[in-house]
Design a protein. Structure first.
Length: 122
C-alpha cells in the first residue's frame, strides 16, 4: 500500500488511487495491491526498488540478449506492472549504451530507384 502514499504518482495520489480502485483497475488481496490486466487476470504491483532489476533482467542480461524496445516491452508486460512502465522500459532501452553502439544507423543514404529498360526483343 506504500504506492498509495507515493507523491510522484500523481499530484493528488489519494484521489487517483481511490478512483482507480473504485473503477476496478486495482484490487487488494491478502495485503497485496494488484493491477487488473484483463477481465480474468491481475498482476501484483512492482515495488519501485525492483524496477531497475526487472529492466536489467529483461533487457541487459545474457539470457535477454539486449532485445529491441518492442520485445522488451512484451516481456516486461507479462511479468510486472507499475505506473508509467511503458515509458520507463522505452527510456531504459533508448539509454542502453550497448544497443546504441551496436544498433546505430550507418548514416548512409539509400540509393535512388532507377527504372530498368525492358528489352525490345526476346
Amino acid at each position: 500500500m506504500k504506492y498509495c502514499k507515493d507523491p510522484s504518482l500523481s499530484s493528488k495520489p489519494d484521489e487517483t488511487w481511490k478512483k482507480a480502485y473504485d473503477e476496478g483497475i486495482f484490487h487488494l488481496l491478502d495485503g497485496i495491491l494488484y493491477h487488473r490486466t484483463k477481465p480474468t487476470g491481475a498482476m501484483a504491483l512492482t515495488d519501485r526498488t525492483l524496477i531497475n532489476t526487472i529492466l536489467n533482467e529483461y533487457h541487459d542480461s545474457f539470457a535477454a540478449g539486449h532485445l529491441s524496445e518492442d520485445r522488451t516491452l512484451e516481456r516486461v508486460k507479462n511479468c510486472s506492472w507499475w505506473p508509467n512502465w511503458k515509458k520507463d522500459v522505452s527510456e531504459y532501452c533508448q539509454a542502453c549504451d550497448r544497443c546504441q553502439k551496436e544498433n546505430r544507423d550507418t548514416g548512409k543514404i539509400f540509393g535512388r530507384m532507377i527504372q530498368i529498360q525492358e528489352p525490345k526483343s526476346p
